[in-house]
Write a protein that binds this ligand. Structure first.
Ligand code: PYC
Length: 334
């Protein structure tokens, strides 16, 4: 029997988003965190079928919408991408919310705002619309914080590096320009793709962050290469995720982690918009809304509340099926 999925495809700042609007599996669990674990256990074949080749590719990501599990939210999101089901995805949220609003799949209780549950916690959305198109989405993301600084690694092909780790919905190894790494254009896309898995492994060997409020969120999954030429109002990055992907968008959770990192270094204060550019020069605007704290091993750790603003565009409807008679029905990666 074929399993059919009705999808709305598009992109946020260049990175793909596939909203799976039909064929959504019913999940067990009282929270999106519990539903995520149930999905991974029973339905991961849907993710690999829709994200891996031949129906997807290394950058493919998207998600499903779920009814609210609590009365104070408008709905829940389950993210899918090639590496798994992320606790939070910023470019994914901007795309999924845009396509869902434009097609009447999410009906806000208050026009212009939404409260959504994602596996990493609760997020607030505000958006603007013109002539039936969503023109801007702003996410008030989960508290973001610096988990570790000054991790020394030595990676074949680039040598010694000093790396910090910050959380913005996923944990990021952040590499700033330093001897051996002179910025994104000097490194180039192919070396970013070759080096990042090794950097991630080296950081993972020395640092295993665990979220203070949810131990199911743990471990460094992404690598953020910060470009040279940082100013108090602007920066550029390349975010590596999965096994072969450079985010085409500036990465919403990566930008959140970077805002926490810049604040930790005394380089960015609340209320100052920071334009974050991606590898392909598309943009999000990140702002530290306020400063907060999270429980830590010795009391509390400082954290920030990030605001991330961007735009998504749909590119078409896509009806896909997963047919058990197809030898590649669950997809493959090379
Ligand atoms: O925008 O948060 C994001 C994201 C995570 C992985 C790719 N994009």
């Amino acid at each position: 029997m074929r399993h059919t999925f009705f999808c709305i495809d598009g992109h946020t700042a260049g990175n793909p988003v596939r909203l799976v609007a039909g064929g959504t599996p019913l999940l067990r669990g009282a929270t999106m965190g519990e539903r995520r674990l149930d999905f991974l256990e029973r339905f991961d074949w849907i993710r690999t079928g829709l994200c891996y080749e031949p129906r997807g590719h290394s950058m493919m990501s998207g998600g499903f919408l779920y009814p609210p599990s609590r009365q104070d939210t408008d709905g829940g999101i389950l993210f899918i991408e090639t590496s798994g089901c992320l606790p939070m995805c910023g470019h994914g949220t901007i795309g999924l919310v845009t396509f869902a609003l434009e097609h009447g799949l999410l009906v806000p209780r208050e026009p212009g705002t939404l409260k959504l549950e994602v596996p990493a916690g609760l997020i607030d959305i505000s958006y603007t619309e013109e002539a039936g198109r969503v023109t801007k989405v702003r996410i008030r993301n989960v508290p973001s914080y610096v988990a570790a600084t000054g991790i020394n690694i030595d990676v074949a092909g680039i040598g010694p590096l000093v790396v910090d780790v910050a959380y913005g919905g996923n944990y990021y190894a952040i590499i700033e320009p330093q001897p051996g790494y002179e910025g994104l254009d000097a490194l180039g896309a192919q070396r970013i793709l070759d080096l990042s898995p090794r950097v991630r492994l080296a950081v993972q060997a020395k640092c295993h962050p665990v979220h203070p409020l949810d131990p199911a969120i743990n471990g460094v999954s992404h690598v953020l290469w910060a470009d040279k030429g940082l100013s108090p109002t602007q920066g550029r990055n390349a975010v590596f995720y999965g096994d072969h992907a450079i985010d085409r968008s500036p990465c919403g959770t990566g930008t959140s982690a970077r805002l926490a990192h810049l604040h930790h270094k005394g380089l960015l204060q609340p209320g100052h918009p920071f334009i974050h550019e991606s590898y392909i020069h598309s943009r999000f605007i990140g702002t530290i809304e306020s400063v907060t704290s999270l429980p830590g091993p010795n009391g509390t750790v400082p954290a920030i509340i990030p605001l991330i603003e961007g735009r998504a565009v749909s590119t078409g409807f896509n009806t896909l099926w997963i047919d058990p008679e197809d030898v590649f029905c669950h997809g493959f990666q090379v």
